[in-house]
Design a protein around this ligand. Structure first.
Ligand code: 5GP
Length: 199
């Protein structure tokens, strides 16, 4: 069963549910992108930001759907032009959220979901106080190791770097407004919809 609990940093006087901007964060491998894929299929009205990244596509990933895959020079230009709402280096590659689509979407009043790492979540926390910060946690550490190591598409040194990052990210749970434990994709998706006021 999933648990949600308000964290110590919940913005004052704002209910956890019905928030327009949701930041979904948590360790690599915990299942954030699986939850987003599930929502994309089942609830197309939930818009999620497509990030830019300098990493290579994994099998099955589509440019413009899962990420916008760019080279280093293009990423540099986006940073210099101030076109990213936040960006971070993760496991040797850069990832960022294009600013304008998020602002346009929020201006229309529609629910918006950002799936980003801990460093990005911190940047959004200071830039956009209205965001509800949701931490997706694994049921336990062993489960997270299992999920990360079964991603056979990545070499051992990449998995090691992701496990090291995951240890740091797990320790940051208390910074978040709400924790959802990923025991089932459907349950997490349902709880996110509740938080957006869309259940
Ligand atoms: P992956 O390579 O597994 O798709 O993603 C690695 C990490 O980068 C994940 O924790 C994912 O949530 C995060 N990530 C994806 N897009 C963004 C982004 O736009 N900004 C930041 N800061 N992190 C991102």
């Amino acid at each position: 069963m999933n648990t949600t609990h308000p964290g110590p940093t919940a913005p004052p006087n704002q209910p956890a549910s019905g928030r327009r901007l949701i930041v979904l964060s948590g360790p690599s491998g915990v299942g954030k992108s699986t939850v987003v894929s599930h929502l994309r299929k089942t609830r197309p009205e939930v818009w999620h930001s497509v990030s830019v990244t300098t990493r290579y596509p994994r099998p099955g990933e589509i440019d413009g759907v899962h990420y916008r895959f760019v080279d280093d020079a293009t990423f540099d230009k986006l940073v210099e032009a101030g076109e990213l709402l936040e960006w971070a280096k993760f496991a040797g590659h850069r990832y960022g959220t294009p600013r304008q689509p998020v602002l346009d979407r929020l201006a229309s009043g529609a629910p918006t979901l950002l799936e980003i790492d801990l460093q990005g979540a911190r940047q959004v926390r200071s830039a956009m106080r209205e965001a509800l910060q949701v931490f997706l946690a694994p049921p336990n550490w062993e489960e997270l190791v299992r999920r990360l190591t079964r991603r056979a598409t990545e070499p051992p040194e990449v998995i090691d770097r992701r496990l090291a990052a995951a240890r740091v990210e797990l320790a940051a749970e208390s910074e978040f407004d709400v924790t959802l434990v990923n025991t089932s994709v459907e349950d997490v998706a349902r709880e996110l919809l509740e938080l957006m006021g869309l259940s």
